[in-house]
Design a protein. Structure first.
Length: 365
């Protein structure tokens, strides 16, 4: 919105492909705040409100929360321990993970805490995938997902773990490599690496994870609607508190539009494909509410019919006659300065010389 005022937004996705999202919370982290701690507090509050409202009950599947590459998913999974959530995020292609340590042999020395490494950029370190699925998609061709269970990052006493007391934890999860045939604008796409905090996932859970990650981009359509249609970035706000109030006004307006979808008519051009009932999207333009015309006038409004005045035509019936060019007319009459013959100019100069007594080269008149 304004440089230095980022917002952390939590939104719920609907089943099926759609551009509508239900924004649940939005907070503005401060300049000195830890992004991971702020995100963990925000997610904990949202999940608590969902449980209180009865949207999640004991026995239901865990709530799947998807993050992008800018979040430390393993640390978030550590801070959100005890909640019925499953975290999944994207990893950079240069990350290195580790398998569980082999069982101890009873020899001397400290037992190993990490097993063989798994470098995402080095295929030589990849063992055979434990789960492999293949799915035919309409936008990306064939999507092949390979999964390895119980991989964890190697933590060190640096950065966010500098003040941690005792041994550093081992945070295990499922690593997923997603490869598709093509993208809408790229014929040679690179693989996507995902990490889920769930261990022991099956083939159905692996497909659910990468499909949910692709659905995460529905939130980008919401941000575009906020900025281009609802005017989130239009006002020149100088105060942080005013920016928070304006953000929540935009969220309230977007929620009203989302709830009013059954009242909107699918008004499209003849060349456009109509949407299914209840699947109206906010693009390419804002939805228009279909309302029957009002028969009776509004209270306090009177109508009056006046007779129109006859209008005079401003169009000239007969065009004016074309006038000839003045230069061409002077040439025809012989009065133009350039119309005098060359011989007359020479005779005039000779007569002036004789009258003034001009002398030739010899000095004689």
């Amino acid at each position: 919105m304004i440089p230095g005022w980022p917002y952390s937004v939590v939104a719920a996705l609907e089943p099926g492909r759609t551009s509508w999202t239900a924004v649940l919370d939005a907070i503005r982290p401060g300049p000195a705040d830890d992004e991971t701690e702020v995100t963990a507090t925000q997610v904990r509050d949202v999940v608590g409100r969902l449980i209180t409202a009865g949207h999640w009950q004991p026995g239901d599947p865990d709530i799947l929360i998807v993050f992008d590459a800018g979040y430390d998913v393993s640390r978030l999974a550590r801070q959100l321990t005890g909640l019925p959530v499953e975290l999944m995020g994207r990893l950079r292609p240069d990350r290195v993970l580790y398998f569980p340590a082999p069982p101890g042999t009873g020899g001397r020395g400290r037992p190993a805490r990490h097993g063989p490494e798994f470098a995402l950029a080095d295929p030589a370190t990849w063992p055979g995938a434990q789960i492999t699925t293949s799915t035919a998609t309409s936008r990306y061709g064939t999507a092949v997902a390979a999964a390895w269970d119980r991989l964890h990052p190697r933590l060190t006493h640096r950065g966010a773990w500098l003040g941690h007391d005792g041994k550093l934890p081992i945070i295990e999860g499922t690593l997923i490599r997603l490869q598709v045939d093509h993208l809408p604008g790229d014929r040679d796409p690179k693989p996507v690496w995902l990490w889920s905090s769930r261990t022991g996932a099956g083939a159905a859970e692996v497909d659910r994870c990468w499909q949910a990650f692709l659905r995460r981009f529905d939130l980008e359509h919401t941000f575009r609607l906020y900025g281009q249609v609802l005017g989130w970035t239009a006002p020149k706000i100088r105060g942080a508190e005013a920016a928070d109030r304006w953000t929540w006004l935009i969220i309230a307006a977007h929620t009203q539009l989302r709830l009013a979808r059954p009242l909107a008519g699918d008004l499209r051009r003849p060349c456009e494909r109509p949407c299914a009932p209840g699947r109206l999207t906010p693009g390419p333009g804002p939805p228009r509410i279909s309302e029957p015309p009002r028969e009776d006038p509004l209270p306090g409004q009177c109508t009056e019919t006046r007779q129109t005045r006859p209008r005079t035509s401003a169009r000239v019936k007969e065009p004016p006659s074309r006038t000839q060019l003045r230069g061409r007319e002077n040439l025809q009459k012989g009065t133009h300065p350039q119309s005098r013959p060359r011989t007359r100019r020479l005779n005039g100069k000779l007569s002036e010389c004789l009258i003034n007594g001009w002398a030739g080269p010899g000095g004689r008149p």
